[in-house]
Design a protein around this ligand. Structure first.
Ligand code: ADP
Ligand code: MG
Length: 338
């Protein structure tokens, strides 16, 4: 077993940053903690690391109670958004640092550093100083440094969020590949749902210090447990259940609001019995996808996402009259606004 968090709470003054959180992270898996800013992700990560002490609850690492273990005893590797490298040390020295303070034999350190340089694809840059590297390369050095002492657990707190979009995307793919080679139990904090979906085996969705849902990216997307998860994990239209778009389609919900993904709206140019009339109020071209803002006859505005092919087939024009119906829609007993 990897990491078990049992009913852990952490309060700062009267504010509950982490509120009765329980979760299990399987040995060797890569799990994302996903949630908006302030939802308690970093605090939970710091609790797992031993940088914070919980007010109540337990943390087990590889089956042993680690709640009161020191950071050192836990044998954890970290990487934070700005995990500054030692500026006056070369890449090699930076990676070797954790092994040198543990007084590992010189030959072993040398071999391990070369192995890691290769693993993070920086062979040949070992003698450079951090200032001679790009942001993405620096984070890879920082990751090699974290991995050097062979930690049981690797904790990454928004490690790529300071980098620009392209580098961030490359590093995500790279991290996934690296994890498939190394298999160290990894917890990855992000507020970016796409990043969480792309990188992780499982996602823990957090909101206001609590866990909203735990599941694979597909489970979270296809079967969101709460309104919050549905809204956070991708774009969504929230409409009153009384809107006429639901009437003839058997979506009569017991709850006041319905959640409808933009790609789950069927758009036609002629009515077919179960469709309702709408007007194209705006078209946004995003290359492979077109976002169509549609105003229903009852005044509700919905956004539909169409593929380029479908858009061309329909030959949609601004102000055009169209006929729409939902392919799928969900409702939830409790509505938590974000
Ligand atoms: P996230 O990483 O999801 O953005 P954090 O875990 O950093 O969220 O913070 C959760 C909440 O706890 C925030 O409102 C933050 O201001 C508060 N918080 C975090 N650490 C401290 C602290 N040391 N003292 C007081 N409040 C804190
Ligand atoms: Mg944080």
């Amino acid at each position: 077993m990897g990491i078990i968090v049992e009913n852990v709470s952490k309060q700062f003054g009267s504010f509950k940053a982490v509120d009765s959180v329980s979760l299990e992270i399987g040995s060797g898996s890569l799990v994302a903690l996903l949630g908006p800013s302030g939802s308690g992700k970093s605090t939970l990560l710091r609790l797992i690391a031993g940088l914070e002490l919980p007010d109540s609850g337990k943390i087990l690492l590889t089956g042993k109670d680690a709640t009161y273990q020191s950071v050192q005893e836990r044998n954890i590797g970290f990487l934070f958004q700005h995990y500054a490298l030692f500026k006056h040390m070369t890449v090699r020295k930076n990676i070797a640092f954790g092994l040198e303070i543990r007084k590992a034999p010189k030959a072993k350190i040398k071999a391990r550093v070369e192995e890691l340089l290769e693993l993070v694809q920086l062979s040949g840059l070992g003698d450079r100083y951090p200032s001679q590297l790009s942001g993405g390369q620096r984070q890879r050095v920082a990751l090699a440094r974290a991995l050097a002492p062979e930690p049981k657990v690797l904790l990454l707190d928004e490690p790529f969020s300071a980098l620009d979009a392209r580098v961030r995307k490359d590093l995500r793919a790279w991290l996934r590949k690296l994890h498939d080679e190394v298999h160290v139990t990894t917890v990855f904090v992000t507020h970016d749902q796409e990043e969480a979906m792309e990188v992780s085996d499982e996602i823990v969705v957090m909101n206001k210090g609590r866990v909203e849902q735990i599941g694979t990216p597909a489970e979270i997307y296809d079967r969101p447990a709460t309104a919050f998860v549905m809204s956070f994990i991708g774009p969504v239209n929230v409409l009153p259940s009384s809107s006429n778009i639901f009437q003839s389609n058997g979506f009569d919900s017991a709850h006041p609001e319905m959640f409808l993904r933009p790609q789950d709206i069927i758009v036609e140019t002629s009515p077919n019995g179960t469709t309702v009339a709408a007007r194209v109020s705006r078209l946004i071209h995003l290359g492979w996808e077109i976002q169509a803002e549609l105003t229903l006859d009852d005044g509700q505005v919905v956004t539909a996402h169409l593929t380029r092919d479908r858009f061309d087939e329909l030959n949609l024009q601004p102000q055009q009259r169209v006929y729409v119906k939902p392919k799928d829609a969900k409702s939830f007993p409790l509505y938590f606004s974000i």
